[in-house]
Design a protein around this ligand. Structure first.
Ligand SMILES: Nc1ncnc2c1ncn2[C@@H]1O[C@@H]2COP(=O)(O)O[C@H]2[C@H]1O
Length: 477
């Protein structure tokens, strides 16, 4: 490999992060000559809409990422055509590694998926995959090395920590040979948060609601519940998905899914008959009733990765792609609103969080906060340990113990609406009490790092409010 052909990749600063490599030439083996370079740095770079077609919220994860890049002078080209190449070919100039360690079904089978930058945002802005990603411009050898490391806690990645990871790798020539490490040159004026709406809007769509017998619902439930596509869905969401499946039949010999096709159909559950799975004409496996398939293209907006052929006359249920996106988007919005409602109740010292933060900052916090479940008797925080998160109780009871107080009995039991760990947001103090789930507890959890990185220092924000009020009064005087 000739020094990974970094010459073209580094002719412009922004090329360090994104290259416009055209995947249409083939997924795995794209000749370098066929790759076009982007017209960058001719004044203002083009602004591309985000390919976030699951949400109609302007304030999505992708936008936060862009905003963060802009605020921290990190150059990222958001060209949705920038492509990820399969690193195994060794022919890529720069790879974006999209680490799918949290999707065992996917990573186990396909390893690193070739995804476009736009597709990265698709996954990035979707809560369903627990955001397992790293996007690294790096050489294939490093990508392969990283692909076998699966021990990072990537579920807690935020735009800020993602960029930090990128920054570390980009800036460190020693760990990423072949990557030109120039200083992070500011393009602040050029990088902007983009009002990226969905490419094809689904917000007015009404997903189908097909009545089904209980047995059919049970069959679909069993098939979708363990599938990576639905791994973060709650029961309500699963039920809405089940409603939207429609019946379809295929006769023996019909190709239900063709490898390489764009997935405009959807996700299937086989209810009668059998189908065979082939990858590049090689037979892989036969699926029987109760199996679900078609998740990969839906999840990553990539072409179908295998062909599925009816081995006999088949009855199937299919959920189309648009229905999938509408339902997902609705639930995502519902989840965000629920988080916001909880956050609005939070008081830091004597002030409501909503008085300290602006509405868009509240939104950012809500997006960074995560639901977390604790089993009965589980210790949530331990007295004396360093606090790193803030917990709001949504459901259940939490007993608070303080060493040497109350003869080992809880000093208080906190219920729904209460919160603890707020000190962690204000300083790096140790926990002043031990909090234990009395029964099954559901919390909204906000990591201090997330909070501070997304919004800056809370003390500053609190003071800022007073300062703004003072300024207003002075202005009136
Ligand atoms: N080796 C395999 N075993 C079982 N199912 C597979 C295998 N490879 C691909 N598939 C399924 O076949 C589907 C083809 O369309 P998708 O790529 O959307 O999603 C794919 C998976 O659901």
């Amino acid at each position: 490999m000739d020094e990974f052909r970094m010459d073209r990749a580094t002719t412009t600063p922004s090329a360090r992060i994104a290259l416009d490599l055209d995947r249409d030439e083939g997924r795995d083996n794209i000749p370098a000559d066929s790759q076009t370079s982007l017209p960058r740095d001719e004044g203002r770079p083009p602004i591309y809409p985000l390919h976030n077609d699951q949400s109609d919220e302007p304030d999505n994860m992708g936008m936060l990422l862009q905003q963060y890049c802009s605020d921290h002078n990190v150059e990222v080209d958001f060209n949705p055509k920038a492509k990820v190449l399969n690193p195994n070919s060794g022919e890529c100039l720069v790879c974006f590694l999209f680490w799918v360690a949290c999707c065992p079904g996917v990573s186990g089978r396909t390893g690193l998926l070739p995804l476009s930058y736009a597709q990265c945002f698709y996954v990035l802005s979707s809560s369903m995959t627990a955001t397992c990603f790293m996007m690294l411009p790096m050489n294939p050898v490093e990508v392969l090395k990283l692909s076998i490391q699966q021990d990072d806690d990537i579920s807690s990645l935020t735009p800020a920590s993602l960029i930090d990871k990128m920054r570390q790798l980009i800036c460190d020539d020693a760990t990423v040979p072949g990557i030109l490490s120039t200083g992070m040159k500011s393009k602040k004026s050029n990088c902007q948060a983009i009002q990226g709406g969905p490419v094809d809007d689904v917000k007015d769509d009404v997903p189908p609601n097909v009545p089904k017998f209980d047995s059919a619902r049970a069959l679909i439930y069993k098939a979708i519940k363990p599938n990576v596509l639905f791994r973060t869905c709650d029961e309500d969401e699963l039920s809405d998905f089940i409603d939207s499946f429609q019946p379809i039949t295929h006769t023996k010999g019909i190709i239900v899914i063709r490898e390489g096709d764009d997935a405009d159909d959807g996700f299937y559950v086989l209810s009668k008959g059998s189908v065979s799975v082939c990858e590049q004409t090689e037979y892989k496996v036969t699926l029987s009733p109760g199996s679900g398939f078609g998740e990969i293209a839906l999840l990553y907006s990539c072409p179908r990765t295998a062909s599925i052929k009816a081995k006999e006359d088949c009855e199937l249920w299919v959920m189309d792609r648009r229905a999938f996106r509408v339902i997902l988007s609705r639930h995502k919005k519902k989840g965000l609103n629920m988080k916001l409602m909880q956050l609005e109740k939070v008081k830091i010292h004597d002030k409501l969080l909503s008085e300290i933060l602006k509405p868009n900052e509240m939104q950012s916090v809500a997006m960074a906060a995560k639901f977390q479940l604790f089993n009965a008797q589980e210790i949530i925080v331990t007295q004396g340990e360093k606090g790193d998160a803030f917990y709001m109780i949504l459901d259940g009871l939490v007993d608070v113990y303080i060493a040497q107080k109350n003869n080992g009995m809880p000093v208080v039991s906190l219920k729904e609406g209460a919160f603890f760990g707020e000190k962690a947001l204000l300083s790096s103090d140790v926990q002043t009490a031990t909090c234990v789930a009395q029964n099954n507890v559901k919390c909204l959890v906000l990591g201090r790092e997330d909070f501070v990185r997304t919004l800056g220092d809370l003390e500053y924000l609190k003071n800022r409010n007073y300062k703004e009020m003072e300024d207003e009064v002075m202005g009136q005087g």
